[in-house]
Design a protein around this ligand. Structure first.
Ligand code: NAD
Length: 214
């Protein structure tokens, strides 16, 4: 059994992760950290082998450093923070994915391939209006994987979950690649895969679910 604690456990993603971990036969939920639950990360670190962090851009880095310092592996889904300081860490592994949905990983891969052949591209990312960061981590990562300069447009509206279009243009033609996450359950198979694999990574921090899938 992998002992898993969730940071941000009271949040939209955190609640879905708690349910997914509780439903996984090879995992045991050992802690739920969240200021909204009056429980700190330090309170849950002692019992955990892996922490899953879906918190906020201004807390994810400190949380990850605290986990690694305690020898606890960490899987990070939080977006919009600088991962650079994590390169100096040793003692436990860090896995980060800006998007844990398989359809989003495929969208990024196809967009990277198309960018080698089409003249120009722009990204439109669309999310629910409570999302704190813009552009999204997924859009930033997609642009990073593509060739050329790729402008990103951010839309924040109620009713949306997580969506992205990559639109390519060339002489007399265009191509649109679109990905939609309609529910937070779409991210859970990727999160559980990362929990199972984070302890055996060859490098840390490792960024991108594609490294565990392909
Ligand atoms: N990687 C992915 O696939 C993916 C998918 C969806 C969302 N996200 C990202 O996940 C993050 C969370 O999104 P959300 O919609 O669940 O947000 P949310 O606001 O619903 O939840 C965040 C939770 O974190 C808690 N929190 C704040 N500081 C904390 C700390 N120091 N320790 C523990 N908990 C703390 C808050 O109280 C809150 O309950 C965002 O950065 C979002 O962009 C990533």
């Amino acid at each position: 059994m992998i002992r898993v604690a969730v940071a941000g456990a009271a949040g939209r993603m955190g609640q879905a992760v708690v349910a997914a971990v509780e439903g996984a036969e090879d995992m045991q939920l050992t802690g739920r950290a969240d200021p909204a639950l009056d429980t700190t990360l330090a309170d849950v670190l002692g019992d955990a082998e892996v922490v899953v962090d879906f918190t906020q851009p201004d807390t994810a880095l400190a949380n990850a450093l605290e986990c690694v310092a305690a020898g606890v592996h960490v899987v990070i889904g939080t977006t919009g923070f600088d991962v650079e300081p994590l390169h100096a860490t040793t003692g436990a592994n860090v896995f980060i994915a800006p998007n844990f949905a398989i359809s989003a990983v495929l969208m990024m891969r196809f967009a990277a391939e198309a960018s080698k052949h089409m003249a120009k591209a722009e990204i439109i990312e669309l999310h629910h209006d409570a999302k704190l960061d813009a552009p999204s981590g997924t859009a930033a990562r997609t642009a990073q994987l593509m060739e050329g300069d790729v402008p990103i447009h951010s839309v924040r509206l109620p009713g949306l979950v997580a969506h992205q279009e990559v639109i390519f243009g060339d002489v007399g033609q265009s191509l649109t690649i679109r990905q939609d996450s309609y529910a937070r359950e779409s991210f859970m198979p990727g999160v559980l895969l990362a929990v199972r694999r984070v302890g055996e990574l060859d490098e840390s921090p490792l960024v991108g679910l594609e490294h565990l899938l392909f």
